[in-house]
Design a protein around this ligand. Structure first.
Ligand SMILES: CC(=O)SCCNC(=O)CCNC(=O)[C@H](O)C(C)(C)COP(=O)(O)OP(=O)(O)OC[C@H]1O[C@@H](n2cnc3c(N)ncnc32)[C@H](O)[C@@H]1OP(=O)(O)O
Ligand SMILES: O=C([O-])CC(=O)C(=O)O
Length: 452
């Protein structure tokens, strides 16, 4: 029988064998014109599909030349700034209205929105004993994994789980959009109780309330929140709802949908993609990175010291040693990410209200220094700026949302985009996505065991 220490040594040795035998000469990617990461040499994504769900702009043509510009994002033709302004000026919660827009390609009338809200409230309930039998079992700090577990298990309660007619998929998507906040918050409470020994409370959602309000109501022991808090959260949800077909989790949705699989499997796959630290998981990484910076930089108001720390990040000498400054950079955006810009308009005010001005000053400094340092140290063809994940964790922390729920917050919003793209794929494509991989292996003659 192998001992544990021996087993670990064996795994270590086999891992080295994997790496040594698994390496592909980098030059071969160039030789066969393989677009690594499905991106060309200038970083532009390979064209993989068409979409009418949203549009992203990061460049404009000036005198026949493509030039980086401030980012623009449109949901079904409407700029996100206009959508946010509409909610703010109308003093209403916008998540449901924008979900309607993304799912049905038009802004709802008052009556249509009322019906849609009622439908969402109707399906905002979990199967009998689901909380006890599924959510409370094997809780984890990784709420994204708990969400996947819950969503895959919901399939066993659905007698039409595998039906991919648009009507059935829409029903499933609306149910998942509606219940995702409950799944996330209850999974957090289960973890908080069983793993951290804290008190547990399960508050039911109130059908009269918006998604943002219900989230805060279910999260907090006293179910209380201020209007400002709920509106800030609502705005954050709108900003995270959708980002084209090519982002990692939405492309995952397209790929998985194209195989004909069910909605539960498709959304669980998208969640698994989103949690990655280069994608939606970056929001928690930003907060952890700044905590690490505070521990290791003597004077966080001193630009030179902060810059030195940022360089250490890039040199893989600080924090998680991955060589990344989290919350910076984007596969598409160049001069700016419009969502980070929107965040910035209210984050200063919120930080004053919450007495977090010092933190805001540090975030602003990193936002200024980060792109400069990255540009100096990396080959960036288009410019680099703060992305949507840079301020979101800070905003959530000011709303007293626990860190474990930062990436799930993203999922609660992005599930709407995934749903719209799943439906778009089913309506329009009906062809399994199957790119090619050039084989560069050598063929080998079989060697009998006794001769190896
Ligand atoms: C919701 C979202 O998904 S938004 C993105 C959230 N992710 C993060 O904040 C993590 C940090 N950022 C990154 O890792 C990257 O900027 C990504 C993954 C978002 C985009 O990466 P790419 O598409 O490769 O960006 P781009 O083509 O501009 O990068 C050029 C080079 O700069 C590097 N770079 C880009 N951003 C960063 C960064 N924040 N820190 C360090 N290096 C960076 C890239 O790794 C790449 O290096 P390489 O050529 O050696 O591979
Ligand atoms: O588009 C991307 O690559 C990343 C993403 O999802 C976003 O920025 O919201």
């Amino acid at each position: 029988m192998m001992r544990h220490k021996e087993y670990l040594e064996h795994i270590g040795e086999m891992a080295r064998t994997c790496v040594d035998n698994g390496k592909i000469d980098l030059e071969l990617y160039g030789k066969y014109d393989v677009q690594r990461g499905l991106r060309d040499k200038n970083g532009n994504g390979v064209l993989a599909g068409l979409t009418k769900v949203s549009k992203i702009e990061a460049f404009e043509v000036v005198d026949g030349q493509k030039k980086p510009c401030d980012g623009r994002l449109y949901y079904r033709g409407y700029s996100i700034q206009d959508l946010i302004r509409g909610e703010v000026e109308g003093h209403r919660y916008g998540f449901e209205e924008v979900a309607y827009l993304l799912l049905f390609s038009k802004l709802p009338s008052e009556e249509e929105l009322k019906e849609f809200r009622k439908a969402l409230a109707y399906c905002r309930k979990l199967p009998t004993n689901f909380t006890r039998d599924v959510i409370m079992k094997a809780p984890s700090r990784d709420i994204m994994n708990s969400l996947s577990k819950c969503i895959l298990t919901l399939a066993s309660y659905d007698t039409q789980a595998a039906d991919i007619s648009i009507e059935n998929v829409l029903r499933q998507c609306m149910m998942l959009i509606s219940t995702m906040p409950m799944l996330a918050v209850y999974s957090y409470h289960a973890y908080n109780h069983y793993e951290r020994d804290e008190s547990m409370y399960i508050h039911r959602p109130d059908p009269k309330l918006s998604t943002a309000e219900n989230f805060l109501r279910m999260l907090r022991p006293d179910m209380k929140y201020t209007e400002v808090e709920a509106h800030v959260l609502d705005m954050a949800l709108i900003l995270h709802m959708e980002h084209g077909g090519g982002n990692n989790s939405t492309f995952t949705t397209h790929v998985v949908t194209s195989s004909g699989t069910d909605t539960y499997a498709a959304i669980a796959s998208a969640l698994s993609s989103l949690k990655g630290p280069k994608h939606g998981g970056a929001n928690i990484k930003v907060v952890e990175m700044i905590q690490d910076l505070k521990k290791n930089v003597k004077d966080t108001t001193d630009e030179a010291q902060v810059e030195e720390y940022l360089k250490k990040l890039l040199h893989k000498e600080a924090f998680d040693k991955k060589g990344l400054i989290y919350g910076m950079g984007h596969a598409i955006y160049s001069a700016s990410d419009p969502r980070a810009e929107v965040f910035k308009t209210f984050v200063k005010e919120l930080s004053e209200e919450k007495h977090r001005e010092k933190d805001f000053a540090l975030y602003s400094m990193i936002e200024r220094l980060g792109p400069k340092v990255i540009m100096e140290e990396r080959k960036i063809y288009k410019g680099v700026s703060a992305n949507v994940d840079f301020y979101s964790g800070f905003v959530y922390s000011m709303l007293d949302i626990p860190e474990e729920l930062f990436t799930p917050m993203f999922a609660i919003a992005r599930i709407v985009g995934w749903s719209a793209h799943r439906i778009e794929e089913l309506i329009n494509v009906d062809k399994i996505i199957r790119p090619a991989y050039k084989s560069v292996m050598d063929e080998a003659e079989y060697v009998p065991m006794e001769e190896r």
